[in-house]
Ligand binder design. Sequence first.
Ligand code: FEC
Length: 299
Amino acid sequence: MSEHAVVLMAYGSPERLEDVPAYYADIRGGRPIRPELMDDLVERYRRLGIDQGSPLNAITEETRAALEQELGLPVHTGMRHWQPRIAEAAERALADGATTVVGLVLAPHFSSMSIARYRALLEDALAGRAELRFVERWGEEPGFIALLSHRVTMLTRDHGGRHVVFTAHSLPERILAEGDPYKDELLRTAELVAAQAGVEEWSFSFQSESATGEPWLGPDILDHLAALREQGVRDVLVCPVGFVADHLEIKWDLDNEAQERAAELGITLERIEMPNADPEFVRTLAVIVRRALAVPSPV
Ligand code: FEC
């Protein structure tokens, strides 16, 4: 029994190819899916090798276990679009006797279309049965900035003139008119990492937009690489700031699609390793949780 618990939330990923239709239906929230888009998604997961397991789910479990050990508190995984669901994680925390639950999403930047949805799922599941301390954003967390800037430094210091492209998942452009802070928060993280890594040549682009028929935030990385090439850039380091783990959007959209486009353009493209379950990253997550619980971090 523990009065404090953490619900650690992530996007979630299908474990087998047969799960892809149900997973995609969950993402679409019941809205129809064109058959060619479903076929395309199944094919991407097949080429990702999902039948050997989903990297995202495995890394999330590794992170959960390490965070639990670091904090000495129960940490339960809740997936937004797969199992275990956020509601199951909330029930487990309550069954453990938690009266205060910290909600932490493995995505650093707030958006009404992202973090707010995780929050609503957790709030509904807890239904007032425990106090919720929800972490809405952590994109400026010093440990996170230090981890990314260290990785950027290691991959730029011997590469004079290397251009760093920071990336994050795109969202429909309409969020800007709604005053959503997502884009500003992403740019702030990029600025902080670039400053700490001493990088002067950098830019920001979005990735992984969906074919939903409305405009999404850009520039998309595939177009951005072409624009950079026109400016004479030949050597690019990609630093994703809106994701923290290896998953489809990294292993497919960057390591296959963007890599292929870069090769066509004659650009050398490398990316930093994702934080995944790196002990330094887990310590940063622990700092965030302890702050939410107002327990001082050990020095
Ligand atoms: O490895 C995996 O299996 C899962 C990878 C994955 C991550 C992820 C993160 C984010 N998404 C965000 C927003 C949207 C919006 C839509 C949307 C659609 C998809 C589809 C797949 C998918 N997302 Fe995702 N996202 C991941 C996977 N995402 C698969 C459906 C096929 C496709 O469009 O390619 C559009 C929904 C709609 O159609 O209505 C919007 C945001 C993030 C980053 C924050 C987070 O991790 O929660 C924002 C990982």
